[in-house]
Write a protein that binds this ligand. Structure first.
Ligand code: DX5
Ligand code: ZN
Length: 229
C-alpha cells in the first residue's frame, strides 16, 4: 500500500565493500525501511560501483525493498539485467538519455516500480510529462557520483514545487545526498518521504557493532518526522 510516512533508505555505497550481505542484514535489523543501491558506470558519473551480478548476490540478504538507483548511460540496454537481479524499484536519470519516457515504460513493463531522478542542475519541470507513469521521483541534493558530499540547499524549494505538482498521485518523493539529522527536517517539511542516507547511517558502526546504525537511523527518522506538519 502506498503511504507518505517517512522511510529511511541507507545507501550501501557507505557500507563495507567486503561484506555487503551482512551489511544489508545489519541495516534492516537496525530499522532501515529500504536498501538503496547506487549503480555507477564511470561515464554518466565519475565513479564505478555495482553491476547486476552484485545486485543479484545481495538480493537474498534483503527482506524489504531493494531500491536500485541507476547512474548509468545508456540505461535501456541494462534494465533487463537489474530487473532480473531482483530490484523492486528501478530509478533512471532524466539526464541519462533522450528517451526517459521509453525507459520508464520499460521498467514498468518488467513489473517493477519506476523511478525518475533529477540532478541538482535540472529543473523540476523536466518530470511534468512523466508524473502519470512513475512511482517515485528522486531529487538529488548532491551532484551524483560520491557519498559524503554537502547538501545543496537550493534543492529544497524544488522539492516543495514537486510536491505541489504531484498532488494526490501515489508517487514517492525520494531525496538523495547529504541527508543528516540537520537536513532531514528541511526535506520532509518540503514533502519528501523517502530519505536516502549513506555516511550519516553507517558512521560509527560496523557489522560487528551495528548499534550505531540503529541509533543513526532513528535520529534521522525522528528529525524528519518532527518537521512534518
Ligand atoms: C550519490 C548517491 C547517494 C550517496 C548518498 O551519487 O546517489 O546515494 O550514496 O551518500 P551520502 O548520504 O553520504 O550523501
Ligand atoms: Zn543514490
Amino acid at each position: 500500500m502506498f503511504d507518505r510516512s517517512i522511510k529511511i533508505a541507507p545507501s550501501i555505497l557507505a557500507a563495507d565493500f567486503a561484506n555487503f550481505g551482512a551489511e544489508c542484514r545489519a541495516i534492516e535489523a537496525q530499522g532501515a525501511d529500504w536498501v538503496h543501491v547506487d549503480v555507477m558506470d564511470g561515464h554518466f558519473v565519475p565513479n564505478l560501483t555495482f553491476g547486476p551480478a552484485m545486485c543479484a548476490a545481495i538480493r537474498p540478504h534483503i527482506k524489504g525493498v531493494m531500491d536500485v538507483h541507476l547512474m548509468i548511460s545508456p540505461v535501456d540496454v541494462c534494465l533487463d539485467a537489474y530487473a532480473k537481479a531482483g530490484a523492486d524499484v528501478i530509478t533512471a536519470h532524466v539526464e541519462a538519455g533522450p528517451h526517459i519516457h521509453r525507459t520508464l515504460q520499460a521498467i514498468r513493463g518488467f513489473g517493477k516500480k519506476a523511478g525518475v531522478a533529477l540532478n541538482p542542475g535540472t529543473a523540476v519541470e523536466a518530470v511534468a510529462e512523466l508524473l502519470d507513469m512513475v512511482d517515485l521521483v528522486c531529487v538529488m541534493t548532491v551532484n551524483p557520483g560520491f557519498g559524503g558530499q554537502s547538501f545543496i540547499a537550493s534543492q529544497v524549494a524544488k522539492i516543495a514545487r514537486l510536491r505541489q505538482m504531484i498532488g494526490d498521485r501515489p508517487i514517492h518523493i525520494e531525496i538523495d545526498g547529504g541527508i543528516t539529522t540537520a537536513t532531514a527536517p528541511l526535506v520532509s517539511a518540503a514533502g519528501a518521504d523517502v530519505l536516502v542516507a549513506g555516511s550519516a547511517v553507517f558512521k560509527g558502526g560496523s557489522v560487528a557493532n551495528p548499534g550505531p546504525y540503529g541509533a543513526n537511523i532513528q535520529a534521522i527518522r525522528a528529525a524528519a518526522e518532527a518537521a512534518v506538519g
